[in-house]
Structure formats: C-alpha cells, structure tokens
Design a protein. Structure first.
Length: 200
C-alpha cells in the first residue's frame, strides 16, 4: 500500500518550526523498572524546561496505553509494537519542534535501539533510571509488584519478564543514592547544549 503514497511537499519544515521555538527538538527517553522514578523525574525535567520557554510534551503509559496503544497487551510482541508506535509518535513531535519526554519501562535493548533508528541518533537521549528491583518493590507505588508476586499479573518486568539494562546510556540516574533534584539538574545540564540552535 505504501508504494502508492506520494508525499506532499509542505512549505513549513522542521527547521522553520525549530527556529520559531528558538530551540532544537529531540527525544528524552527515560527507561527503568516500574517504580524506578521515571515519570517523577521526567515531570520535573519538563517543569524546568517550561520555565525557560522550551516547548515540550510528555508521553507515558497514561496517555499512550489508554489511547493509541489500548489494543496492545504486555506480551513481548506487543511490548515491541508499543515502543515502536511511541517512537513514531515521538518522531512526529520532534518534527513539530518539540522536546519529547517519554517515560517507559522499555525492557528490551533491541526496542530501544529501534527508537534510536526511528528518531535518528542525534535526536535520542537515553536516560537510565537505575533503581534496584528491591527498592522498586519496596515503593510499589501502583501495587503492581504485589499483584505480580501473587500471580495476578503476567509478564511483569523484573518478576516474570526480563529487563535488559542499558550498557552505555547517555545519563544514568541511581535514585537510591541521588536526589530527584540533583538528577534533574544533571539532565538539564546535559541537554542544555543540545537545545541551542547552531547559529547561536
């Protein structure tokens, strides 16, 4: 079907939108176990970016799993498709000139590598929220680990499904030894040069 598609030549480009926003656009991908602190840290990073006028949008399970991906389960195959769709949505948002913050367990290395391929390496910042399973279970913010241990949830990452930790993430946050505020400051410091337009 795609061979019959003819792209329309739009007059406003990504370069135009980025220039209008006065900052570059790219994807911040937060990966880690459920309960690691991904969404908490991503939310605070977005608040800091908002303060300095950066146009952003956050993606997480709440606005993805209940909408565009509500037809997907948590099987390995559907997890891969979940991440692929999120990457494609992120790519559109990057083209729109936004800094996208995506907080997803994304347990498989091949899926995270595919994100990088879709949005292009230059637009991808991998942030590993490294929190031990023991600590995530202690927090158990959503009660998912308790249900998984009781057999009520299948394919729970860290319990009955694997998590393949990033080997060389751009940023690694160890929440058990680093405060949220310090983590956010490190992320902002890292991405500040990426935000600046080349002609500045």
């Amino acid at each position: 079907m795609t061979k019959h598609l003819t792209p329309h030549s739009y007059k406003i480009s990504k370069k135009d939108r980025v220039a209008a926003n006065n900052h570059n656009s790219f994807l911040l991908w937060f990966t880690g176990l459920s309960g690691s602190g991904k969404s908490t840290i991503a939310n605070m990073v977005e608040q800091e970016l908002h303060k300095i006028g950066v146009k952003t949008y956050s993606l997480d399970g709440d606005n993805i799993r209940k909408g565009i991906n509500d037809d997907l389960s948590f099987s390995p195959k559907d997890r891969t498709e979940n991440i692929r769709r999120i990457a494609e949505v992120s790519n559109l948002m990057i083209d729109a000139g936004l800094v996208v913050l995506a907080a997803f367990v994304s347990p498989y290395k091949k899926d995270r590598d595919n994100i990088r391929t879709i949005v292009k390496d230059v637009n991808f910042v991998e942030i590993y929220i490294n929190t031990s399973l023991k600590e995530c279970e202690r927090r158990d913010v959503k009660g998912l680990y308790k249900k998984a241990r009781a057999g009520e949830i299948q394919n729970m990452t860290g319990i009955s499904a694997p998590y393949e930790a990033p080997v060389n993430p751009h940023i690694e946050i160890k929440t058990e030894t680093e405060s949220v505020e310090d983590a956010v400051a490190r992320i902002i410091d890292y991405i500040t040069p990426k935000l600046k337009l080349q002609d500045e």
